[in-house]
Design a protein around this ligand. Structure first.
Ligand SMILES: [Zn+2]
Length: 379
């Protein structure tokens, strides 16, 4: 069943989902797919939807399959939130939609890509719909881990776990699907620690490669307090740069589109009140998205930084295989030389703590400075 071809390294999850497609006794109306970021939760959810809609149980070729995967199938709704949370109003809309019968296919499929962003109240609004589903509706909820999902939702869904795919499988996917040359694909898959989307970015975007290198090269260069403060500022600005680059074009395009829809005159110095309020609503949304994105980028940078210390620890243990930063061996070796195994573990702890604190909304620069100070090594 080739609709699963881009769901890589997930044999057991695919087997479970495919069984549900072909065997009614294995089917249930609410699924929870969990897996680390970049493991392909949303790709798996769409493939599952396609297999459910396809008359051949997921051929991967037909119109049903193609439209399910690209999100245009009439009976497949994909909800992805750009903001920090899914609000109760949106959840109510979803619940109402889930009561509708499918219009063309055998199933109405509702994919919630960020079920971990359901607020408590939003989850409550969905609960009844998930608990007492109409016969032909299937919910596919995605989240990084079970713990990230409100317990009431979690307890009513069947759990399927995705794992981090092997780097080789990610490289092979980049090569086959995106035409990336194999050596670059392998570098990108390793450096992204098998996060498929990031690997793709690294493979195509030289700026992203440079920014990553800037981050990991900080590892060996923090000696005094001044270096630490500088490194923290560098990390924050690299993340800012990355998220600004991603947002600017899109924000402008969205604003233009909204102006068109509203029939506003883009050259007017001031806009009438009803247009102004629409535009400020959009700006608020864009700001929430930017906050989320820059937090994600920063977290990613910290994962990159962490990988250097982890690699150095692997060198200490004598194994030289499976390094994330194989392409930057001198940096890793330098760190391994200047730090003991214990110091490396402490450094990894400090980075973990910073990630947690930023996740809890501590001002990023503060968390980064505290972290960088404990990453100092004697010259
Ligand atoms: Zn098909």
């Amino acid at each position: 069943m080739t609709v699963w071809r881009d769901v890589i390294g997930q044999d057991s999850a695919v087997a479970t989902l495919q069984r549900a497609v072909t065997d009614p006794t294995s089917m249930t109306h609410a699924w929870l797919l969990t897996g680390p970021p970049g493991s392909g939760r949303s790709v798996a959810a769409r493939a599952f939807a396609a297999a459910l809609e396809c008359p051949l149980d997921g051929c991967g070729e037909c119109r049903e399959c193609r439209t399910s995967v690209d999100g245009t199938h009439a009976d497949v709704d994909v909800i992805a939130t750009e903001g920090l949370s899914i609000k109760v109003e949106q959840a109510r809309e979803l619940a109402a939609m889930s009561a509708l019968r499918p219009s063309v296919g055998p199933w109405r499929v509702i994919i919630v890509e960020d079920a971990d962003r359901l607020t408590e109240r939003a989850a409550d609004a969905l609960l009844k719909a998930i608990e007492e589903p109409v016969p032909r509706t299937v919910w596919i909820l995605c989240a990084p881990s079970l713990e990230d999902v409100v317990i009431t939702i979690r307890s009513r869904s069947r759990h399927v776990r995705l794992r981090t795919p092997p780097a080789e499988a990610v490289a092979e996917l980049l090569h086959r699907r995106d035409g990336v040359e194999m050596p670059m694909a392998m570098y990108a898959a390793r450096a992204a620690q098998s996060h498929v989307g990031l690997a793709r970015r690294l493979a195509w975007d030289e700026g992203a490669r440079i920014r990553r290198r800037d981050v990991i090269s900080l590892a060996g260069r923090i000696h005094g307090v001044g270096d630490a403060i500088g490194a923290a500022a560098d990390l924050a600005s690299i993340a800012d740069e990355e998220s600004t680059a991603a947002a600017a074009e899109r924000d402008t395009a969205e604003r233009q589109r909204l102006m068109e829809v509203l029939g506003a005159d883009p050259s007017a110095r001031t806009q009438p009140p009803h247009i102004r309020s629409q535009l400020s609503g959009l700006e608020k949304e864009q700001k929430a998205r930017a906050t989320r994105h820059s937090r994600d980028v920063l977290d990613r940078s910290l994962v990159d930084l962490l990988s250097v210390y982890r690699d150095a620890l692997i060198l200490h243990s004598g194994a030289a295989l499976g390094l994330v930063n194989q392409d930057s061996l001198p940096i890793v070796q330098g760190v391994a030389r200047s730090m003991s195994a214990e110091q490396l573990l402490q450094a990894m702890d400090a980075i973990g703590t910073a990630r947690e604190r930023i996740g809890l909304n501590v001002a990023p620069l503060l968390a980064l400075e505290a972290m960088a100070i404990s990453l100092r090594v004697p010259r």
